[in-house]
Design a protein around this ligand. Structure first.
Ligand SMILES: NC(=O)c1ccc[n+]([C@@H]2O[C@H](COP(=O)([O-])OP(=O)(O)OC[C@H]3O[C@@H](n4cnc5c(N)ncnc54)[C@H](OP(=O)(O)O)[C@@H]3O)[C@@H](O)[C@H]2O)c1
Length: 336
């Protein structure tokens, strides 16, 4: 089923820059933004692929420009920003999306892979912000919509073995976005992050760990995972909403992705860790520790029946085949 929900050309007049636009989410998003009326500038290193994206956009009647840029090169990104300004005026939509995921155990000390991810996912992202932020603030000052949308990942918040460096870079992006909003929101620049789960793109092709590659291939096969078009439509929607609305943090899981379900299942703790402080409410049963003591019993006594109930429900749930499957997936995930 098509992911396209928006109709017409709500992005007419917008000048959009998409980094990491030679493949995957970036390429499809660039095409969708153009379909919806934006002029699109596509950035990445592989010029032939970028030219292909531009050709597709032009064939559909859109306007696009390919600039071959390595975003880890600050001067090159600045030069791209200057070319955009000279040709189309200031950009007012930046999809800061280029990134790489290289998974390995920390003790393998693949320091070159660590550095590559830090250089691209953090420094590259910052280079794009540095070069295009003046475009966005100028556009906003002229009363136009202005969007900085950074690509993070569910890895920013999930605890996944072997994902340490990648997750660290994505956690940086997610938190940076929250912080930037504080400064840029008052200037009417919308700042946002998307945190997708598994999307079917080239990303896993770069992973050298065979277990991780297998897990990703299995997930793509098992969970009817997200497609680049789903991300594209979401980004377009974030840019198309009225100027005073800032959709800030969009987390996207495939509906059947067990990792999303696991995150919810973990939920609140049954009991606070350690001895409850005086006056502190227990989350379950809302029993005050001092009330329990006054009645001659311990506060825990009021919580235990609820714990028993929850435990019984968990046993029941485990009997259901789809829950068993989900737990198995979680264990595989945890072993990674
Ligand atoms: N696929 C997923 O499951 C998933 C989930 C969550 C988040 N993400 C994030 O989504 C973003 C896009 O990834 P994708 O899944 O669409 O994978 P992809 O197809 O591998 O896209 C990565 C893009 O980044 C570009 N790129 C890599 N190094 C670059 C550099 N030094 N300078 C400029 N561009 C560079 C690549 O183009 P060139 O090689 O031509 O430079 C490519 O266009 C990444 O930030 C990724 O972390 C992906």
């Amino acid at each position: 089923m098509s992911a396209a929900l928006l109709t017409g050309t709500p992005l007419t007049g917008r000048v959009a820059v998409v980094s990491g636009a030679s493949s995957g989410m970036g390429a499809v998003t660039a095409q969708r933004l153009a379909e919806l009326g934006a002029t699109v500038i596509v950035l990445a290193r592989r010029k032939d692929k970028l030219d292909g994206v531009v050709k597709t956009i032009e064939a559909a009647g859109g306007t696009a420009l390919a600039l071959a840029v390595d975003v880890t090169d600050r001067a090159a990104v600045q030069s791209a920003a200057d070319q955009v300004a000279a040709r189309f005026g200031k950009a007012d939509l930046v999809f800061n999306n280029a990134g790489v995921q290289l998974i390995s155990g920390i003790e393998e000390l693949k320091v070159d892979d660590w550095q590559r991810q830090i250089d691209l996912n953090i420094s590259g992202l910052m280079n794009v912000i540095a070069a295009f932020l003046p475009h966005l603030t100028d556009s906003a000052a002229q009363g136009k919509p202005a969007d900085l949308i950074n690509t993070s990942s569910i890895a920013a918040t999930r605890i996944l073995a072997k994902f340490s460096i990648y997750s660290g870079t994505k956690a940086y992006i997610s938190h940076l976005t929250r912080l930037l909003r504080v400064e840029l929101g008052p200037k009417m620049v919308r700042v946002a992050t998307i945190e997708p789960g598994m999307v079917d793109t080239e990303l896993p092709d770069h992973v050298t760990d065979p277990d991780a590659s297998q897990l990703m291939a299995d997930l793509i096969h098992d969970i009817d995972c997200l497609q680049s078009a789903d991300i594209a439509e979401t980004v377009a929607f974030m840019a198309a909403v009225p100027r005073h609305v800032n959709l800030t943090e969009i987390t996207m899981y495939a509906t059947r992705d067990p990792r999303g379900l696991a995150a919810r299942r973990r939920g609140p703790r049954l009991r606070p860790r350690g001895r409850p402080q005086r006056g502190q409410l227990h989350r379950l049963g809302q029993a005050r520790p001092d009330q329990g003591t006054r009645r001659g019993g311990r506060a825990d006594d009021r919580v235990r029946p609820l714990q028993r109930l929850v435990a019984q429900q968990l046993v029941e749930l485990r009997r259901l085949p789809h829950v068993r499957h989900r737990l198995r997936e979680d264990h595989r995930q945890a072993r990674l």
